[in-house]
Design a binder for this molecule. Sequence first.
Ligand code: SAH
Length: 248
Amino acid sequence: MNARVRLYVDHPLGQGQSVPLNRDQAHYLFGVMRLGPGDGVLLFNGRDGEWLADVAQAGKRGGTLLVREVTAPLRRPPDLWLLFAPIKKARTDFIVEKAAELGAARVLPVQTDFTNSERIRRDRLQAHAIEAAEQCGGTYVPEVADLQRLARVLDDWPEDRRLMFCDEEMAGPSTALFDLAAQRDDGAEAGPWAILIGPEGGFSERERSRLRNLPFAHAVSLGPRILRADTAAVAALTLWQQALGDWR
Ligand code: SAH
């Protein structure tokens, strides 16, 4: 089978479904990828798995796909949230893209005392998560939440969700995460978790002392060097997936 184009659609998928295409999707499939009637496309919507569809109608401004058969089930990532303080635009885009590739279930931009940016374009970040899922063979797309204040998010924190607090003051050789991993029964799921990455300026003393005292938070080190926030996000996701997630 040829390498197939993968496309995210916000439409129910099931055998015999007909899926209408918007202008951008039609442009991508027929203008850029040069597909025509009868050609196959792989579709996913983040809920129903991956499906093979045929092009039924191809036009300049739209078209229709006909869903044929399921090709992969929905594969959810572990129940892991990534909380991070937005930084410069390109680096924030990078964090969201890597979160989708590395297997986060939800992405929550948070405003901290030293956050560099006051606003985010949620829809743009969501589009980056979708593109990353299309590209990496994912059948799930992490939801990107609106920017919220970290203090508020912590006020409303679900008690059973543990927090891997990446604390630059802990920078050093060991990471407490592996102690947690060692306590687990083999094969058992880790349960709900979240990772927290601070902004370029790091956490304020007020934030740090609150975070260190939260019963669900585990302060961890990401090694002996201070990483940039985007590097720290990738390193933390990798460590978590390796110790507690679906890479084991
Ligand atoms: N300006 C700060 C560094 C901030 S780095 C300082 O010089 O201290 C941005 C974020 O990445 C931090 O808030 C933290 O969440 C994470 N981070 C970077 N390096 C880390 C390390 N070695 N251990 C734990 N977290 C780290």
